[in-house]
Write a protein that binds this ligand. Structure first.
Ligand SMILES: [Fe+2]
Length: 434
């Protein structure tokens, strides 16, 4: 009996010891578990002297960046900001978006970078080059549910014959495409992104969601507007004004200041909610008066006065491009073009006389298309092209030119003032004339 009691006591002590040991091992394993890459790296907040490298990991505060002018790197930078990602309203995840700000960079230099170490398993590399102001500049676009693909970028780069410098996002790509946070496409590693807030994107002030992950040091203001001078162009990312609302006087003053106080010859405006639309979202669904009708009367004269040639928008889930027009929609070579590059499958609600090209993805139900829009600036010549491709299993040879126009910083060429040619063989043979 006594022997049995001793054995039981020993067994109990041994069980407790084993349990404590397991706890200790589990704790140590959690503490030393290396974080895994979920997505990225991605480049954001591009400026002439700085760039942010971001990535998504399954743990916070993991990783750091080595960078330099060769693949030997030489410099090291620590995490500037790291936030938990929210994939849907009030649904948090284990994912974290971490960013490192690289400062004191020189335009024209190709920088190589590597994300690794500091608790991160494996490594991811990339490179970028900030274009000098005198260099040509090549920009691609995405918006709404359409996130640009590596194939789209490859097509544009082969067509123009140079690397893409910048990706401009007209809003809502992130919340419409939750997988956006996977950042799997290679293009994000070398092409910095500039984003405009959409109605599905949260505010800058919301540290847990969307646009905040393109921030790099905790902006305190809640306004999404910003000015990006990058290479030969100034991008005015406008204040967020939704649906049929008008600008406030303060917002108009801010916009005019950004148009006026620059010596950049090329200026472009980007915001999510469109000014001139034939799309269902803007004209019928939420607009009373139709979206943009109030805003274009106040801002369009400013665009024309300060030689802003194109305003880029999204929200309608279609490609739609106006002729160069004044605030009333009258064609003029000194006008401004309104362009929504975010091709999707929304409907057309009206046929405005100022609309030069309208294309949705599903006009042919059996052969749905997506597409890519690029803007190429070289010297005093600007050029926009829009090409469609099959939505699924596209190949480089499948891209078809559907819209094209050219312009200078001060006026449009005649090709912008006539309806674009019907897509066909002859048009495909045309080469870019940058
Ligand atoms: Fe939208």
């Amino acid at each position: 009996m006594t022997m049995l009691a001793v054995t039981l006591r020993r067994n109990r002590r041994s069980s407790i010891m084993t349990f404590l040991l397991v706890l200790l091992l589990l704790g140590a394993s959690a503490a030393t578990r290396a974080a895994e890459f979920v997505g990225g790296p991605y480049l954001c907040h591009p400026r002439m002297d700085g760039m942010t490298v971001g990535w998504v990991a399954d743990a916070a505060q993991a990783g750091e960046v080595e960078y330099g002018e060769t693949e030997a790197y030489g410099k090291k930078a620590a995490i500037t900001l790291c936030d938990q990602i929210v994939l849907a309203t009030n649904v948090s995840s284990r994912r974290s978006a971490c960013r490192v700000r690289l400062r004191g960079l020189t335009p024209g230099v190709t920088y190589h970078y590597k994300v690794s170490g500091h608790g991160m398993n494996g490594e991811k590399t990339g490179q970028f080059r900030i274009p000098p102001r005198t260099d040509p500049l090549l920009i691609v676009f995405q918006g709404d549910e359409y996130a640009i693909t590596d194939l789209d970028v490859q097509f544009v780069e082969e067509r123009v014959g140079r690397p893409v410098d910048l990706l401009v996002d007209v809003g809502d790509t992130i919340q419409h495409g939750r997988a956006f946070y996977d950042f799997k496409p290679q293009l994000y590693r070398r092409i910095p992104i500039v984003t405009a807030k959409g109605n599905h994107d949260s505010d800058w002030s919301d540290k847990l969601a969307s646009l905040h992950h393109f921030d790099y040091e905790g902006r305190t203001e809640i306004k999404p507007e910003q000015v990006v001078d990058y290479g030969a162009a100034r991008w005015i990312v406008g204040p967020y004004v939704k649906y049929s609302d008008d600008f406030t006087r303060e917002q108009l003053t801010w916009i005019e200041d950004q148009l006026k106080n620059t010596d950049q010859a090329w200026k472009f405006y980007v915001c999510h909610h469109i000014f001139f639309s034939d799309g269902y979202h803007s004209t019928l669904r939420w607009g009373n008066p139709p979206e943009g009708q109030l805003r274009r009367r106040t801002v369009w004269p400013l665009f024309m006065k300060y030689n802003l040639r194109i305003a880029f928008n999204g929200h309608d889930h279609v490609y739609q491009r106006t002729f160069p027009i004044d605030q009333d929609g009258n064609k003029t070579p000194e006008g401004t073009v309104n362009l929504d590059p975010s091709i999707g499958n929304s409907a057309r609600a009206q046929q405005s006389p100022w609309m030069a090209r309208f294309q949705r993805s599903g006009d042919d139900r059996a052969n749905r298309v997506k597409g890519v829009t690029y803007l190429y600036l070289k010297g005093a010549q600007g050029q926009v092209e829009f090409h469609t491709r099959p939505q699924e299993n596209a190949r480089l040879e499948d891209f078809k030119l559907l819209d094209r126009f050219t312009f200078s910083p001060t006026r449009f060429n005649p090709d912008a003032l006539v309806p674009p040619e019907t897509p066909g063989g002859a048009e495909q043979a045309r080469t870019p004339q940058p």
